[in-house]
Design a protein around this ligand. Structure first.
Ligand code: GP9
Ligand code: MN
Length: 433
């Protein structure tokens, strides 16, 4: 009901983190390309195996002076996995406590999402490119409701034989075969590429493997294969950047790269111990939580004061961060995240299961850890317990507010300034293009 909406609005008003004038509008007017790095974890960045970098190209982007990268950026997905990550990035609201918002609510949900906001505020066109069939995760319906003008899915591409894995068109082909569609987009555009080759079980045909890259020998085939598909993903992004430069698009385009969630689950994570300089026998919950870091790399050609930012944040924070970089104010929207570049960012990362992590402490299944020392605090002092309780209340409230908004579709009642409701009247069939 509208009164429930008022409660959310009041909460959001208090949650708002002011813009940072140093970065506001840094990417104004540029095209935006978001590259969703499937299952790609921060621990692979700068990782060397047998003396060789796993992802040399991503590493070069990560350290570029034209990049703001985040090394304490966490995935916050629940059971909706990729679709939860997408939902957070597009809307700055959480996925659901159970299941995928895309599939459970997508058919009649009201979204106030990036494609519509960028279109209405700055005249952006929009498109998603992905090598799996259009109906997966209910995308064909959800994207319309988010205001995506074009949805170039596996239904458009030849995905027969060795051109695809079981998750869809291989990444190198996805980038390559998308070019004719990308070049037809009116600029500025907001385009998202969802990669798939680095998806469990991380199998890759010999012909696509780099004979010069020798992977790990951890005792887990899954882990060893993970680095092989990491490396392939890296090469595919490198090839895409080469195209962007050659076509001239590069100069006018901000590229945002992020990992959606872990590739190596907690069951296999201890096999990473030796690579990470740890003892497998001592592997603990905090080690697992630390591995929930995924990259967020914001590359803005022409920018010279890039750096690696240590702010603790997560996927919920991307939309306000990106909008502010584009010079689009966000105060009027219902967003649960905060601009990562804001001086007022709270640095409390809420996981979907109500666990949380901050630069000093973490709470995992009800146990408290010191994030700095890596030790569990088995008997917290009164002061620390009070502090942890306060953070827990904050986390619970944030998730509950988001769930209330989404489960009751409250945005249907909300009319932000100058926002025209999306009419979802897009034709995604091949014939339409
Ligand atoms: C499917 C791909 C993978 O199209 O996006 O989704 P996931 O299994 O990671 O949720
Ligand atoms: Mn995924």
């Amino acid at each position: 009901t509208p009164s429930e909406l008022t409660a959310v609005q009041n909460y959001i008003k208090k949650n708002y983190a002011a813009i940072n004038p140093k970065f506001y509008g840094k990417a104004k007017g540029k095209n935006v390309i978001v590259i969703h790095l499937e299952s790609f974890q921060q621990m692979s960045i700068d990782r060397k195996i047998n003396g060789q970098e796993v992802t040399p190209f991503l590493n070069s982007l990560y350290h570029s002076k034209s990049t703001i990268a985040f090394d304490n950026f966490f995935n916050q997905v629940g059971q909706g996995k990729t679709s939860d990550a997408e939902n957070m990035l597009e809307t700055s609201t959480f996925g659901l406590p159970q299941g995928s918002l895309f599939t459970k609510l997508g058919d009649d949900q009201t979204f106030q999402a990036m494609p519509a906001i960028l279109n209405q505020r700055e005249g952006y066109s929009s498109a998603v490119f992905h090598g799996n069939m259009g109906s997966f995760w209910n995308r064909s319906t959800v994207y319309k409701r988010m205001g995506y003008q074009n949805w170039i899915s596996g239904d458009y591409f030849d995905i027969t034989g060795k051109k695809a894995t079981s998750w869809g068109l291989k990444d190198k082909l996805l980038f390559h075969n998308s070019v004719p569609y990308l070049e037809r987009l009116q600029q500025p555009f907001y385009a998202k590429f969802l990669t798939v080759t680095n998806h469990t079980p991380f199998t890759l045909d010999k012909q696509d493997q780099d004979a010069n890259f020798q992977t790990s020998n951890t005792g887990s085939k899954l882990v060893d294969n993970y680095f092989v598909t990491n490396h392939y993903l890296d090469q595919s992004v490198k090839e895409f950047f080469a195209y962007l430069k050659k076509s001239g698009l590069y100069k006018n385009t901000a590229v945002v790269l992020y990992g959606d969630h872990y590739g190596i689950s907690n069951t296999d994570a201890s096999y990473l111990a030796s690579l990470l300089g740890k003892n497998a026998e001592d592997w603990n919950d905090l080690d697992n939580a630390n591995l929930q870091r995924v990259p967020l790399i914001v590359h803005i050609p022409g920018m010279k004061n890039g750096y690696i930012d240590h702010t603790y944040g997560g996927e919920i924070d991307v939309a306000p961060t990106l909008e502010h970089l584009l010079g689009i104010s966000t105060k009027r929207y219902i967003q649960f995240g905060q601009d990562l570049l804001s001086k007022n960012h709270k640095q409390i990362v809420a996981f979907r299961n109500k666990d949380w992590i901050t630069p000093t402490y973490a709470s995992l299944s009800g146990r408290i850890w010191n994030t700095k020392t890596g030790q569990e605090i088995t008997t917290p002092s009164k002061t620390l317990q009070a502090k942890a309780d306060k953070i827990q209340t904050y986390v619970n409230k944030k998730l509950a507010m988001s769930d209330n908004l989404n489960q009751k579709n409250l945005l249907k009642f909300y009319n932000p300034k100058d926002f025209k409701a999306v009419d979802a009247d897009y034709d995604y069939s091949q014939e339409a293009t």
